[in-house]
Design a protein around this ligand. Sequence first.
Ligand SMILES: Cc1cc2nc3c(=O)[nH]c(=O)nc-3n(C[C@H](O)[C@H](O)[C@H](O)COP(=O)(O)OP(=O)(O)OC[C@H]3O[C@@H](n4cnc5c(N)ncnc54)[C@H](O)[C@@H]3O)c2cc1C
Length: 363
Amino acid sequence: MTEDIRSADVVVVGAGPAGCTAAEHAALDGIDVLIIERKQEIGVPVACGEFLPSIEEIKKILPRAVEVDSLFDFPSSLTSMRSDAMRIYDPKLRSFKIQFDGFTTDRDRFDKYLASKAREAGARIVTGCTFSSLDGQEVVTSAGRIRTKVVIGADGPLSRVAASLGLPRNKGLCPALTAQTKGDFEPIPEMYFGSMAPGGYAWILPKKGGANVGVGISMRFARGKVGDYFKRFVGDRDLVTSKPTGKYVPMSGPLSRTTAKNGMLVGDSAGHVMAVNGGGVPIAIICGKLAGEVAAAKVLRETSIDTYDKLWRGQVGKPLRTAVRTKALASLCFGSQWRLGAAMGFLGERRMGNIIRCKSVFA
Ligand SMILES: Cc1cc2nc3c(=O)[nH]c(=O)nc-3n(C[C@H](O)[C@H](O)[C@H](O)COP(=O)(O)OP(=O)(O)OC[C@H]3O[C@@H](n4cnc5c(N)ncnc54)[C@H](O)[C@@H]3O)c2cc1C
């Protein structure tokens, strides 16, 4: 390890959307920030559906989130394909068209862009460096020890930082696989519910010159591996894809505690994912900014890290809780194709739109 990464005011573990945004906003306050990332190349391989809501949709989903316009003001070069509606299929392939503004991106380029913003703000990034544990004020990594004042765990659903800080860890992890396919696809994201993805859904999300195809399942309802469901889904549609990559999605909602004396969790490591659809990037970015600012305040003014927990719950807690309740209700239907189809028919397009936006069903 070179001399300059033996210490940092704040060490951020993970260079995904949560970690890069946290690092950017901590560094903007003038403190010394270091991101460590176990991958050699940021954003690679892509394990994401790569679909993001527009700024207007983010405001509808997360009405209490602040500074959404500036946080999500991405260059247009990061948009792969725009869409203003999505199509949802029930187990009998009956479709429902829901108005929803969004776009697909290339997650590898997207994550690299967020990393470049963190660098511009003054953060340092070391790739190929894996977090192992915490030892007092030192972060133990595959490249040696780093002395620090605050640790931000942005290390994804299976967070090691969470365990090291003595914080709870995600339950309800759902396996998901995704891949790229080539071709011309209508600019309407598609989500398929039923036996092709028990307890979850399968998707075809159009991109420029192709689509992101994937399947996410709940092990509570599945009778096989996610890879088998993926093969069947793409095989039934004669889609030729790149090699699928997989990850877990934390679908049980946010953790009960996300702060410790000298550390905090953000993004997937904190369960910052919408349980109704598995989307986590917007919340990772919103909470990442808060985590970075609170970490900087702790370093500069010795303020309490607990503020972070209150801040993010105030901005995104309610929709995340509503999504968990809706998901629990939906789980009553996942065991029966007939019940699921009947429930989707009863809900119709408007109420399904509410669900996808983390509102209560009858809002
Ligand atoms: C198949 C799939 C499809 C998805 N589709 C969408 C979608 O379309 N839209 C959406 O909004 N969300 C989607 N999500 C969820 C979204 O990908 C996550 O919510 C989002 O990436 C969370 O960002 P993060 O920064 O918290 O974590 P991550 O993006 O997972 O980043 C964590 C980083 O930490 C690094 N890391 C992990 N452990 C260590 C360690 N010990 N030491 C150092 N570094 C470490 C990892 O390499 C990784 O780079 C999807 C998830 C999956 C699995």
